[in-house]
Design a protein around this ligand. Structure first.
Ligand code: SF4
Length: 351
């Protein structure tokens, strides 16, 4: 038996690390308030007159760009952008386009609902150089969508995703595991549909019960039970690895811990480090799968790129226990100044 070395990259696909300038337009354009949605809690922002916002975007981006001449990705979030009156969309997009021409913005995106995207709306976005449309799909399962009162079905969600891709726009998909009627099987089907759609990016937002929402009232009457935290962590960690292996970057896992969010969470799988926990678990699962290729002896030495060492050990070093089964211990792990992971062991043959 000879010493075998196995080299591999972190399974996360490369994605743009471009700095993002998010513009929140709480509930702007939304046909109604979704049962779980509290934009005030999620974004910490109150509605502001659109003209004021446009001036602020222009001023802010110009100032920041002067300080550091690196272009932004400018994103319009928090509402249903494409359901705003065309004049309002143009007000924002004209500014975005001006900033793009000045070199301060190089990517424009907006978020919307699957039932608010059609050829006319896509034409407007394309006329103003929008690059990406993020769809708040939440689930492709018609039963889940109906119980969650989203107002569209799975077919419509698929059609909207296809339409965006067919019009050469980048597609973003937002999923919300844990909605009423969802379970591990429906979430697995959502991930399958997402992987087949090959979006440019995915966001995973486990469903929380936020104050002053219909979901909070359903929960207080015992009509809705959120997913437990442990179940959510397990399923979302698997989902993360599933997306990575399908070549899809997951750019957000869980809501950002805005100061306004925490006091408004009534129930649900909240953890301030949810994203870090899932990243650690997803990487841990991948590393152990790689280690199994070395056979029962496991690796004699493990070298980890310096920048991934905290993900490698996981949140609170929780992967240590998992790694023991693969014979990965602190004493045989080291970091190195390299982009690849390396496992060295005595495997008679690698597949
Ligand atoms: S979930 Fe999206 S569409 Fe629904 S109310 Fe919130 S921002 Fe509007």
């Amino acid at each position: 038996m000879s010493l075998t070395r196995l080299y591999f990259k972190h399974p996360e696909p490369d994605s743009s690390r471009q700095r993002l300038y998010p513009v929140f337009l709480p509930f702007s354009g939304c046909p109604f308030k979704c049962i779980y949605c509290s934009q005030e809690a999620q974004t910490g922002q109150q509605p502001t007159p659109h003209e004021v916002q446009v001036q602020r975007i222009h001023q802010d981006i110009c100032t920041l760009f002067k300080k550091k001449p690196e272009p932004f990705s400018l994103g319009f979030f928090g509402g249903t952008f494409t359901a705003l009156p065309a004049a309002t969309q143009k007000l924002f997009l004209k500014t975005a386009l001006e900033l793009r021409r000045a070199g301060a913005v190089s990517h424009i995106r907006c978020s919307t609902r699957p039932d608010c995207i059609d050829q006319g709306r896509i034409r407007l976005l394309r006329d103003y150089g929008v690059d990406m449309v993020e769809l708040g799909i939440q689930s492709f399962d018609s039963r889940v969508l109906s119980l969650s009162k989203r107002g569209y079905g799975g077919e419509e969600a698929l059609d909207a995703s296809m339409r965006i891709k067919q019009n050469s726009l980048e597609l973003g998909i937002q999923l919300m595991p844990g909605l009423p009627g969802s379970d591990s099987a429906s979430f697995a089907r959502d991930l399958q549909a997402t992987a087949e759609m090959q979006p440019a990016v995915v966001r995973l937002y486990p469903c929380l019960v936020l104050e002053d929402t219909l979901l909070a009232r359903q929960w207080s009457r015992g009509e809705y039970r959120p997913w437990p935290l442990n179940t959510t962590l397990a399923l979302v960690s698997n989902a993360l690895l599933r997306m990575w292996l399908a070549g899809i970057p997951v750019i957000r896992t869980g809501l950002a811990p805005e100061g306004s969010l925490l006091p408004r969470i009534k129930a649900g799988p909240w953890h301030p480090a949810l994203g870090a926990i899932c990243r650690g678990r997803a990487l841990g699962a991948y590393v152990t799968a790689m280690a199994s290729r070395l056979g029962a002896g496991g690796p004699l030495q493990v070298l980890v790129p310096q920048r991934y060492i905290s993900d490698f050990w996981g949140h609170g070093k929780e992967n240590e226990k998992l790694y023991q089964r693969s014979k990965i211990f602190r004493k045989n792990v080291d970091t190195w100044d390299h982009e690849l992971f390396m496992l060295a062991g005595c495997a008679p043959q690698l597949p």
